[in-house]
Design a binder for this molecule. Structure first.
Ligand code: FMN
Length: 208
C-alpha cells in the first residue's frame, strides 16, 4: 500500500478566510498521510464592488489559490475534501454553483466509489455546521462518492473545556458573529485528521 499516492482535491469556498485556514490544514493532512494534495477554491459570485474590508483582506490572502473548473478538476482525483461555510444551515451558493455545473461528470460516473469528507464553519455554535455538512454530503452522494466522517478516535471532538467545532460528520469551526474568531488549534487538528483519514481510505480503495 506504501506505493499508492492518492491525489486528493481540497475544494473550498471562503468569504472571510475561516474555511481557507481549515482547507490549508486539510491539505497538510493529505500530505502527512502520503497523498498528493490539490488545493483549489470555487468561483466567487459576490460582485467585487460589494466586498467589505474583511472580504477584501481574505480574497487577497487567497489570491494565489487557483479557481477550480467544474469540467476539469474532478477528473483523475482519488478523493475529495470539501470546505464550505454555512449559509442559513446549508452550503453556500458559490459551492452549490460549482456542483450544479458537474452534470457531465455525474453522467460519466467520474467520482463513483471515491471518498469524500466535508468541513464547515458557522458564526454560532449551533448555527448549522452539522446540517451543512450532512446536506452537502447528500448532494455529493448523488455523484457516488463515499461519505467519510471523523471517527471518535479523534479525541479533539470530545473536549468540553473550550468552544470547538468538530463532529463525527466532519471538521468544523465557529467564527463568531463578526467572524472575529479564526479556527483554533483543536479545530485545525480535526481538519488535518479528517483529511488524513480520507487519504488513508483513498489509498485502500486504490489497492487492486
Ligand atoms: C448569507 C449568510 C448566511 C449565513 N448563515 C449562517 C447560519 O445559518 N448560521 C451561522 O451560524 N452562520 C451563518 N453565517 C455566517 C457564516 O457561516 C460565516 O461567515 C462563515 O462560516 C465564515 O467562513 P468563511 O470565513 O470561510 O467565509 C451566514 C453568513 C452569510 C453571509
Amino acid at each position: 500500500m506504501e506505493n499508492y499516492k492518492p491525489k486528493i482535491l481540497v475544494l473550498f469556498y471562503s468569504m472571510y478566510g475561516h474555511m481557507f485556514a481549515m482547507a490549508k490544514a486539510a491539505a497538510e493532512g493529505v500530505i502527512e498521510a502520503g497523498g498528493e494534495s490539490v488545493l483549489k477554491q470555487v468561483q466567487e459570485l459576490v460582485p467585487e464592488e460589494k466586498w467589505d474590508d474583511g472580504i477584501k483582506a481574505a480574497k487577497k490572502a487567497m489570491s494565489e489559490i487557483p479557481v477550480a473548473f467544474p469540467q476539469e478538476d474532478l477528473k483523475g482525483i482519488d478523493g475529495l475534501i470539501v470546505g464550505v461555510p454555512t449559509r442559513f444551515g446549508n452550503m453556500s451558493a458559490q459551492m452549490r454553483n460549482f456542483w450544479d455545473q458537474t452534470s457531465s461528470d455525474w453522467i460519466a460516473g467520474t467520482l463513483i466509489g471515491k471518498p469524500v469528507s466535508v468541513m464547515s464553519s458557522s458564526a454560532t455554535q449551533h448555527g448549522g455546521q452539522e446540517t451543512t455538512i450532512i446536506s452537502t454530503l447528500w448532494s455529493l452522494m448523488h455523484h457516488g462518492l463515499i461519505a467519510v466522517g471523523l471517527p471518535y478516535s479523534n479525541q479533539e471532538q470530545m473536549g468540553i473545556s473550550e468552544i470547538s467545532g468538530g463532529s463525527p460528520y466532519g471538521a468544523s469551526t465557529i467564527t463568531g458573529g463578526m467572524g472575529e474568531r479564526m479556527p483554533s488549534e483543536n479545530e485545525l487538528q480535526m481538519a488535518k485528521s479528517l483529511a488524513k483519514h480520507n487519504t488513508e481510505i483513498a489509498k485502500k480503495l486504490m489497492v487492486k
